[in-house]
Ligand binder design. Structure first.
Ligand SMILES: Nc1ncnc2c1ncn2[C@@H]1O[C@H](COP(=O)(O)OP(=O)(O)OP(=O)(O)O)[C@@H](O)[C@H]1O
Length: 222
């Protein structure tokens, strides 16, 4: 599903944030990405999203070299990818329903079909009863669930998350990870960048470890 072949990324032509990365994440896998702050986790995710382009090497997603996408194809490419951020990036003047509906509105999905999909996504994250609330009325863990509902409302083949539990306590973090496992169980490929080594160790999924932009570990689930 995701194949990195000798991928490097330099910023500003000099600083090497990622160097010679080679790995393959199979369709349907759930993989953690770890490493200290600045190791390159976010850069790696941004390359997959094609928010950044590699300085060298090739990145294949679902068999396609994403560097070769025509600019007009990039929005369609990104629609196959759900993204969850640490800080949720919710719109605070819009209801939970409208936050989750946003990607569908942008794509011009017919409103009734859109509403059905939004409610299905909210139901999966256990927040259907809060659809009319504003984000500010929700706890941090619930806000992160809204971020996840918005990421999966398109039924993406690939779900990426950048420190999705960064601000949550251990129990809420475990609940959020369990949600990712639910989506993985129904076939979604999942890649999660996280600092939380204790939680990762408990969950037993393949773990890619970065250090200073290099892949220094690739451990299969125990
Ligand atoms: N747009 C950019 N321009 C220049 N340097 C950048 C840019 N984005 C990231 N970097 C640098 O690349 C390195 C890797 O950063 P990155 O954000 O990918 O690491 P990270 O592992 O996600 O860290 P954190 O956990 O703190 O987010 C860092 O040294 C960072 O300063």
């Amino acid at each position: 599903m995701i194949e990195f072949q000798h991928v490097g990324k330099r910023y500003g032509g000099r600083f090497e944030a990622l160097a010679n990365l080679d790995f393959h994440v199979r369709r349907g896998e759930m993989v953690f990405l770890t490493g200290h702050s600045g190791a390159g986790k976010s850069s790696l995710l941004r390359l997959i999203m094609r928010l950044e382009r590699p300085s060298r090497g090739r990145i294949l997603v679902a068999g396609h070299d994403i560097d070769r996408l025509h600019p007009s194809q990039v929005p369609f490419y990104r629609r196959q990818i759900g993204v969850v951020f640490q800080d949720h990036q919710l719109l605070y003047d819009r209801s939970i329903f409208h936050n989750v509906a946003l990607p569908l509105e942008i794509q011009g999905v017919e409103p009734r079909e859109g509403a059905r999909r939004v409610r299905a996504a909210l139901d999966k994250v256990g927040l259907l009863h809060r659809e009319k609330a504003l984000p500010i009325e929700l706890s941090g863990g619930e806000q992160q669930r809204v971020g996840i509902a918005r990421a999966v409302v398109n039924k993406p083949a690939l779900l990426l998350a950048d420190e999705p539990t960064g601000n949550l306590d251990p129990q809420l973090s475990a609940d959020i990870m369990a949600l990712f496992e639910d989506f993985n169980r129904i076939g979604t490929t999942v890649m999660i960048a996280s600092h939380d080594l204790a939680l990762i160790a408990r969950l037993r999924h393949r773990t890619l470890r970065l250090r200073e932009g290099r892949l220094v570990g690739d451990q299969e689930a125990a």
